[in-house]
Design a protein around this ligand. Structure first.
Ligand SMILES: NC(=O)c1ccc[n+]([C@@H]2O[C@H](COP(=O)([O-])OP(=O)(O)OC[C@H]3O[C@@H](n4cnc5c(N)ncnc54)[C@H](O)[C@@H]3O)[C@@H](O)[C@H]2O)c1
Length: 374
């Protein structure tokens, strides 16, 4: 195989982000296998055809069931809301296809577990799109921690703040409905912070968490004079304890007025600290006690040098910064390399189940008002 036949389900926000990544990855990153954009699938024929034309997909379909079993499809990429991830992924696994699934893996822990079991039983390659792991500055943070330069890690402070839902007139989209989205800021945003926490610091063993919904009714999408109940959280916050002994806080909100995509973490170790903010994603702040006392302080590393991480060498000369979309291209690059070598890149479904376990414990804790084991 020199080409990977791709079927992408869902053509909107993530459908466009992934389509762009498949188009960019060949010319810029030269993976061993190249993606072939076979079928774009969505329920609205006209809209899916428009997006397919814009991104160069060969064909369109309006029923995912027709595409996941096609012999010319090697990879099924799931960019739909969480309520359809499980059914599509299990069907794709049974058909022997490699799978990339958007986060959070599923709407419930049980559904996520059934997806992990299905890919294991079918022996198919699988990956979950926690794309922020693949920002070069985050990869650099991982290298610094793994080198031991920060010493024992004591604190992880993750905040993921957005404000796109502050207008109470924003309609009752799928993202406000538990049966479609599973949860609100928790699954949408905190899942990324949990994934980064686990990637950088290690497993989380217990949590004391809470959630809040501030705007409890929203206009119906098809009848704006009527309203319906918001059944997910607008915001979520938790204390977490890591198996290593580190202590963490994670906060996610979609009503953080003024904050747009403020996905930040700060990590404090016995010998140093580092901090990352997606809105300044080319930079990593680093503080090292090993620096000479007179000039010790947080320094800002511009992580655009191939010495910082190999991904960045695929793009522009140092200092010529990259953006949000590159995290998806890096994800797709590792996915294609994984298919070439027959190894699921991380985070795979089994890994994402552990993130989902943290979310489930957080929700249990919000109900019990107690610490809950993961
Ligand atoms: N990795 C990230 O940073 C990131 C960012 C945003 C969203 N997401 C995730 O991506 C997924 C999609 O979110 P989005 O923001 O792209 O949503 P969206 O509303 O922009 O797009 C959803 C798409 O799914 C399609 N769809 C819905 N149900 C379908 C079905 N049964 N069959 C076929 N198509 C169907 C819709 O037509 C639409 O094209 C969610 O799981 C979300 O959590 C991830």
């Amino acid at each position: 195989m020199t080409e990977v036949g791709v079927a992408l389900i869902g053509y909107k926000f993530m459908g466009r982000a992934h389509s762009n990544a498949y188009r960019q990855v060949g010319p810029f990153m030269s993976p061993g296998l190249l993606p072939c954009l076979k079928v774009l699938c969505g329920r609205d024929r006209q809209a899916v055809e428009e997006t397919a034309r814009a991104f160069g997909w060969e064909e369109t379909a309006t029923d995912w069931r027709e595409v996941v079993t096609r012999p010319d499809i090697d990879l099924v990429d799931i960019c739909t809301p969480g309520d359809s991830h499980t059914e599509i992924a299990i069907a794709a696994a049974k058909a022997g296809k490699a799978i990339l699934c958007e986060k959070p893996l599923a709407n419930t822990l049980a559904a996520a577990g059934s997806m992990a079991a299905a890919v294991q039983e079918a022996g198919v390659l699988n990956m979950v799109c926690h794309n922020y792991r693949r920002a070069p500055a985050v990869m650099l943070a991982k290298q610094i921690i793994d080198n031991g330069d920060l010493g024992e890690i004591r604190h992880y402070r993750g905040t993921y703040l957005q404000d796109w839902i502050i207008d109470p007139k924003l309609p009752l989209l799928w993202r406000f409905q538990k049966e479609k989205a599973g949860s609100g800021a928790l699954g949408d945003l905190a899942s990324h912070s949990i994934d980064l926490a686990r990637f950088l610091v290690g497993e989380i063993e217990e949590t004391s968490g809470t959630t809040e919904t501030f705007i409890r009714e929203r206009p119906l999408t098809d009848s704006p004079t009527e309203t319906g109940p918001v059944t997910v959280d607008d915001a979520a916050a938790a204390l977490v304890r890591f198996t290593s002994g580190a202590l963490g806080t994670i906060e996610a909100t979609r009503v953080g007025t003024g904050r747009k995509n403020y996905n930040r973490f700060e990590i404090n170790g016995a010998r140093g600290s580092l901090a990352f903010n997606l809105e300044r994603m080319n930079e990593l702040e680093v503080y090292l006690l090993s620096d000479p006392p007179g000039i010790r302080g947080f320094r800002t590393i511009l992580a655009t040098d191939p010495d910082n991480h190999p991904y960045i060498g695929s793009w522009w000369p140092p200092g010529h910064i990259i953006g949000y979309e590159h995290t998806f291209t890096h994800t797709v690059f590792d996915l294609l390399e994984g298919i070439d070598k027959g190894v699921s890149p991380q985070p795979d479904f089994a890994d994402a189940v552990r993130t989902q376990q943290v979310m489930a414990a957080w929700e249990r804790s919000a109900g019990s008002k107690q610490w809950e084991k993961v």
